[in-house]
Design a protein around this ligand. Structure first.
Ligand code: HEC
Ligand code: HEC
Length: 164
């Protein structure tokens, strides 16, 4: 009888533990980000953090470049799409994935994210939020100036000419 009681108690305890474990796991599993349109919906917190850090560093900006702050609640509203920069970042991410898949043969990982390969945000941004379209300077060979460049020696010659 005593042994049976012990077994019963153990069984009860372990089922309590199992229930507690299951219910405390659930919020973790269901912790979904609310407004993901380009990143995988089942991305982990850690992975999302890494992506956001990489984007911010590549562009030389802070989170608030793409995300608005909810002044009433005195905290960042990461779910909101109020800033056009956020939408632009989505487009950039899609462009980057397309480039990597089509031209660099990139595969997808288990979450469906295109793996790191040929091009990333930093390849073009180099720590600048808005990379200017520039034509390389100093091409004055037999081929002449690059198409669209002002005539050499003209009042509007590129700055590079004056330095030499
Ligand atoms: C260059 C723009 C950009 C920067 C900088 C940026 N984010 Fe994001 N963030 C986005 C975009 C775009 C999404 C939505 C991705 C999608 O649609 O899949 C997003 C989504 C998120 C989400 C998920 C919100 C939800 O529930 O839908 C969080 C959290 C987040 N960002 C946090 C951060 C943090 C923290 C930083 C600063 C370290 C940061 N972001 C910097 C563009 C940015
Ligand atoms: C192939 C080059 C290239 C890559 C790769 C690239 N970008 Fe861009 N990005 C640009 C250019 C060029 C502009 C400026 C576009 C314009 O002038 O309209 C720009 C503009 C932006 C802007 C708008 C900046 C502003 O001032 O409004 C954001 C945000 C942005 N990129 C985010 C990203 C993110 C995030 C990634 C990586 C997922 C990325 N970009 C990858 C070339 C690139």
């Amino acid at each position: 009888m005593l042994i049976n009681k012990k077994i019963l108690v153990t069984l009860c305890l372990s089922s309590v533990i199992a229930v507690v474990a299951l219910t405390s796991m659930k919020p973790e599993d269901e912790h979904k980000f609310k407004n993901l349109k380009v990143l995988p919906k089942n991305i982990t917190d850690k992975q999302l953090d890494n992506v956001m850090d990489e984007w911010a560093h590549s562009l030389g900006v802070h989170c608030n470049f793409c995300h608005v702050r909810n002044e009433a609640e005195k905290k960042m509203d990461f779910v909101s799409d109020a800033k056009p920069e956020k939408e632009m970042a989505r487009k950039m991410y899609k462009m980057m994935n397309k480039l990597n898949q089509k031209y660099f043969g990139a595969k997808k990982d288990s979450l469906g994210m295109v793996m790191k390969s040929g091009v990333n945000c930093y390849s073009c941004h180099r720590g600048e939020s808005h990379p200017e379209v520039k034509v390389p300077e100093g091409r004055r060979g037999p081929g002449g100036p690059p198409p669209g460049a002002p005539a050499p020696g003209g009042a509007s010659a590129p700055q590079g000419d004056h330095k030499q």
